[in-house]
Design a protein around this ligand. Structure first.
Ligand SMILES: C[S@@+](CC[C@H](N)C(=O)[O-])C[C@H]1O[C@@H](n2cnc3c(N)ncnc32)[C@H](O)[C@@H]1O
Length: 186
C-alpha cells in the first residue's frame, strides 16, 4: 500500500511546510515518532518544542532522540499542550505543529486527548503561526480518540476565517484507517 497510516499523510504535508532552521511543535509527543521526524526536519539550527502529560512517554522519547543524535534541537516539556503559549519564548513564531489524537498506545484508554484542551492548544498555536505555516491533526482509530473530540474539532475548524486559513480534511472513502485535518495559514 502507498498510504498505510494517516501519519504518512501528515508527514508528507509537514515535509512541504518545514525548512531547516524552523521552530515547530509536537503537541502530543507520546513515544516520539513525530518528534524525531520534526527534529530531523528542522536540523540542528531549528527547534522542536514537545508537549506530553505522561512522564514515561517523555523519558522514552528523550532516550530515542539521544540515540538518534537529535536531542540538541528538542525541548521536551512534561506538561499539557493547553499551556503551550506560556511555555514558548515571547514573540517566537512557529512554522508547524502536529497533534496526534487519542492515547499513548492502542490498548490504552487513559490520558487520551480531550476536545477542550486540543481546541484551546491549537488556537494558541494559531496566534504564533507564520503565514504559510501548517498545523496537522492525525486521527488514527487505533489510538482510541473519541468521536466527541473529532466532532468538536471539526465544528471549531469549520468556523475559522477562510480569508486567513485553509482547512483541509483527508480521509478514506471506503475504509477507516484514519484521517488527517490540516490548517494552513494563508
Ligand atoms: C496518539 S498519542 C501520540 C503519539 C506520538 N505522536 C508518537 O509519535 O508516538 C497521544 C498522546 O497525547 C498525550 N496527551 C493527552 N493529552 C495531552 C495534553 N493535554 N497535552 C499533551 N499531551 C497529551 C497522551 O499522553 C498520548 O501520549
Amino acid at each position: 500500500m502507498i498510504i498505510e497510516h494517516p501519519t504518512e499523510i501528515a508527514h508528507f504535508l509537514l515535509d512541504r511546510a518545514i525548512r531547516p532552521g524552523d521552530v515547530v511543535i509536537d503537541a502530543t509527543v507520546g513515544y516520539g515518532d513525530d518528534t524525531l521526524f520534526l527534529a530531523e526536519h528542522v536540523a540542528d539550527f531549528g527547534h522542536v518544542y514537545g508537549f506530553e502529560i505522561q512522564k514515561k512517554a517523555i523519558d522514552s522519547c528523550a532516550d530515542r532522540l539521544t540515540k538518534a543524535n537529535q536531542a540538541n534541537q528538542v525541548t521536551l516539556l512534561n506538561q499539557g499542550h493547553e499551556r503551550i503559549i506560556t511555555a514558548l519564548p515571547p514573540d517566537l513564531k512557529v512554522q508547524a505543529a502536529i497533534f496526534s489524537l487519542g492515547a499513548l498506545a492502542p490498548n490504552s484508554f487513559e490520558h487520551i486527548t480531550l476536545p477542550n484542551t486540543t481546541i484551546s492548544a491549537y488556537h494558541q498555536i494559531l496566534s504564533r503561526l507564520n503565514r504559510g505555516g501548517l498545523i496537522v491533526f492525525v486521527i488514527n482509530p487505533q489510538f482510541n480518540e473519541t468521536q466527541e473530540e473529532i466532532d468538536y474539532l471539526l465544528a471549531d475548524l469549520s468556523r475559522l476565517d477562510a480569508n486567513n486559513y485553509q482547512v483541509s480534511h483527508f480521509k478514506d472513502v471506503n475504509t477507516n484507517h484514519g484521517q488527517v485535518l490540516a490548517i494552513e495559514k494563508i
